[in-house]
Design a protein around this ligand. Structure first.
Ligand code: ATP
Length: 295
């Protein structure tokens, strides 16, 4: 089972949002990482077949998805950044409505909905109006609707936005289990949400996929560039100007433990740290770049 994206581009009037992207998705969880404006949403919308590419093709097991029509949609679940629902819908009514739209057989609908409500800890609010739910609950209703037809391909745009730490952990475990024999593509800029569950990651910058690999493969490129050091607190302002400090934690005796990115140690007593995906993300997307649109 594979989803092959070949030379896919999307041009808007004065903007190229996705630029000649080639990527082959295989079963497992795929993290799509990139800063704001990198083109993640545009790419996902084209994979979901709700936006027409300017050029390029997407094929599922060798068949162009446009030729598959309904058959492709039946394989597919999509959580957009903002999913639409009528203000008057209760959670249960809404999921029943989506199940009907997705041609889920009527005899399976109630069982499926109850199962998803339970896993996503929404059973207690199933008769509440969606408009009255918290942001995290609304997001979980969005996740439930995307999974109603048991999709073989599940695409989720920022699924963990608004989830609290407990909900994030449950989501990660749930998706990990669900991804067996399916393709799950998750876009996020919260790297820790996918670091431990992504089989592979694709990194997107300014419309291009700039790297693809397992977390271990990807972080190799910054081995020897991540450092830990404990420094006196009064030195911190000076070091903040000189170094790319990515984490700092106050210690006893007016000391601060810092983690920073640099080609060499720079400070006496610095020890190399094992690189993590978040370090790579910050290496590839320095804060100054993150503030610019399109990186
Ligand atoms: N309909 C549109 N018309 C014009 N430009 C667009 C349109 N949709 C997206 N863009 C531009 O294309 C670029 C990529 O946008 P996209 O939303 O795909 O990025 P993203 O990586 O999903 O960002 P975010 O994480 O903020 O959602 C941005 O510069 C955006 O302004």
């Amino acid at each position: 089972m594979e989803l092959k994206i070949e030379h896919l581009s999307k041009h808007f009037k004065d903007k190229t949002a996705v630029d000649d992207v080639c990527l082959t998705l295989t079963p497992g969880v795929w993290g799509l990482l990139g800063a704001n404006g990198a083109g993640k949403t545009t790419l996902m919308r084209m994979i979901a077949d709700i936006m027409t590419p300017t050029s390029g093709t997407i094929s599922y097991d060798g068949t162009d998805i446009h030729k598959m029509g309904e058959a492709y949609r039946n394989l597919f679940g999509f959580l957009p950044q903002d999913f639409g629902y009528s203000r008057d819908f209760t959670v249960k009514d809404y999921l029943e409505y989506i199940a009907a739209l997705k041609d889920v057989p009527a005899r399976e609908t109630t069982k499926k909905i109850n199962h998803l409500l339970e896993i996503l800890t929404l059973s207690d609010v199933k008769n509440k109006k969606i408009s009255k739910l918290s942001g995290g609950m609304k997001r979980r209703v969005g996740i439930a609707q995307a999974m109603l037809n048991d999709p073989k391909i599940l695409i989720m745009d920022e699924p963990t936005a608004g989830l609290d730490p407990g909900e994030r952990v449950r989501f990660r475990n749930f998706i990990s289990e669900f991804s067996h024999n399916r393709m799950v593509l998750i876009s996020t800029h919260i790297v820790s949400d996918i670091e431990y569950i992504a089989t592979r990651n694709a990194i997107m910058k300014a419309g291009h996929i700039i790297d693809v690999g397992t977390t271990d493969e990807l972080v190799k490129q910054i081995e020897g560039k991540v450092w830990n050091c404990t420094v006196p607190a009064e030195k911190l302002p000076e070091y903040e100007l000189r170094l790319r400090i990515i984490n700092q934690r106050g210690e006893d005796n007016n000391q601060v433990s810092i983690r920073y990115l640099a080609d060499k140690a720079e400070l006496d007593g610095a020890v190399p740290a094992s690189p993590r995906l978040e370090d790579l993300y910050l290496w590839l997307f320095p804060q100054t770049d993150l503030e610019k649109e399109g990186m």
